[in-house]
Design a protein around this ligand. Structure first.
Ligand code: PLP
Length: 455
């Protein structure tokens, strides 16, 4: 699809609004991921499984705010919980500790096998950042390791080898650290070690070579939300990190509440030392959290340690705790939305129906592509999947890079015109409010999109 090709005649207002945005916002978007050629679609309303743009077009939404909206748009119980919290407390936020922080922490401890204590942040990015700082503080070692192709948020230490140019990234069994952004200090490239996902032998070798300097390993248990780790890989990674005193961090920002209510750690039966959460946890509002072993998380306890910021605080000689703060951490309105979301997900049968519907959509789509004689597979777990137009095995970043995305992109653009929304080439997330009718319409739209692209 060429640049400057209007998405269609009836997206004129989107195009105009985007042009206006470009005058005051660099690139017209406030997050890189929100852009696509020739212009993103400007949305105006949401309702259940649907989004409506400024030109009045309706879409079945599979982006769902990058997976955050597991209950769809405007779920009644979330709206009610948020309203009740604000009306009854008389404020949007206390700016002090409050009981919902404990209620949510208790819930996360109940649901996540690896969580014994919890701290809140305002985004997934901040959660993985805090997880990494905690690993460094706990072990006293300096470097961290991440997997090629894994995303943990947009900050220096992990903006490394997320989508690297393979020509610069070296051998697949010993990937080189490649920076993802202008402005990354060399320090981070030197201190972030890159690992090959789903290759236990090569990963183990790199970890053993660097064990003396590695504080932690962070990974997305399901890369990009759709390429699952092999069970043996996960079990082996847990074993070797434990042996080498390297903190194992599961970034469950995407997989939390989506792969199962207790995340990937519940499905794999593997307990990380630290878990990062976000997205679904906020019920559609910005949030993040880390949870993990008490022994490790207690390193950020302010009690008993020296208060490092209070003016005039005496230095009692004790070591300062790991510093973690934030004006909005543990925001009561957001925690109320998150608790309401979890409450809905915990209702009998809700997750089972969500997974069954996701499977149904995957099956129907696979049948449509088969009917048209196009090689295609859906890959994923739980309530997220992706469409891969190839039959080759996809286990990691390098496999993904071999997939030709041209055809998928053309189909995705037709799908936007046909009222199926996900960002071109993005994965599909399902919600509990997507209906069988939505699924049928989506399969029919794919059928039509393929016909249009073929002609
Ligand atoms: N980690 C993973 C696995 C994610 O998918 C994301 C966001 O897409 C993040 C971290 C960053 O979360 P946020 O966008 O809330 O900062």
């Amino acid at each position: 699809v060429e640049r400057n090709v209007l998405l269609s005649g009836n997206m004129q207002k989107s195009a105009e609004l985007f042009a206006k945005a470009c005058k005051v916002i660099p690139g017209g978007v406030t997050a890189h991921i929100k852009y696509f050629d020739p212009h993103p679609i400007m949305m105006e309303k949401g309702n259940g499984s649907k989004l409506y743009d400024v030109d009045g077009n309706e879409y079945i939404d599979y982006l769902l705010c990058y997976g955050a909206l597991i209950l769809g748009h405007g779920h009644r119980q979330v709206f009610e919980a948020v309203t009740k919290q604000m009306v009854e407390s008389g404020t949007t936020i206390f700016g002090t500790p409050h009981k919902l922080e404990t209620t949510m922490a208790e819930k996360l401890i109940e649901l996540y096998p690896g969580i014994e204590m919890v701290r809140y942040t305002n985004s997934g990015l901040e959660a993985t950042l805090l997880a990494i700082r905690t690993a460094v503080a706990y072990t006293g070692k300096q470097k961290i390791a991440k997997f090629e192709g894994h995303y943990h948020g947009g900050y220096d230490q992990v903006l490394v080898s997320v989508n690297p140019d393979i020509d610069k990234a070296g051998e697949s069994s010993a990937p080189k650290a490649v920076g993802e952004s202008r402005g990354l200090p060399d320090y981070y490239l030197e201190n972030t070690i890159v690992l090959p996902f789903n290759d236990l032998t090569a990963t183990e070798k790199i970890l053993r070579d660097h064990a003396h300097e590695l504080a932690g390993v962070i990974l997305e248990p399901i890369q990009g939300g759709f390429i699952p780790a092999d069970q043996d890989f996960m079990t082996g990674l847990r074993k070797v990190t434990e042996e080498l005193n390297i903190v194992l961090i599961f970034d469950e920002v995407k997989t939390g509440f989506r792969l199962s209510i207790g995340g990937a750690q519940e499905v794999y039966g593997v307990k990380p030392d630290i878990t990062a959460l976000g997205k679904v946890l906020g019920g559609g509002f910005p949030v993040g959290a880390i949870g993990g072993k008490k022994e490790i998380l207690m390193i950020s306890s302010a009690r008993g340690g020296r208060d490092i910021l209070t003016v005039g605080a005496s230095n009692s000689g004790k070591q300062a705790p790991l510093y973690h703060s934030g004006t909005y951490n543990g925001h009561p309105t957001i925690l109320a939305a998150g608790l309401a979301t979890i409450h809905v997900l915990e209702q009998m049968g809700t997750m089972d129906t969500l997974f069954a519907n996701t499977q149904l959509l995957r099956k129907q789509l696979e049948e449509v592509y088969k009917f048209h004689g196009l090689p295609m597979q859906t890959i994923g777990m739980g309530s997220i999947f992706n469409i891969i137009l190839s039959e080759g095995e996809v286990k990691n970043y390098r496999d993904m890079r071999k997939v030709n995305t041209n055809l998928r992109k053309q189909i995705d653009y037709e799908l936007l015109r046909l009222g199926i929304y996900t960002k071109p080439l993005n994965r599909y997330s399902m919600s509990v409010v997507h209906t069988k009718e939505d699924i049928e319409r989506t399969a029919a739209a794919h059928d039509e999109a393929i016909k249009r692209v073929k002609n």
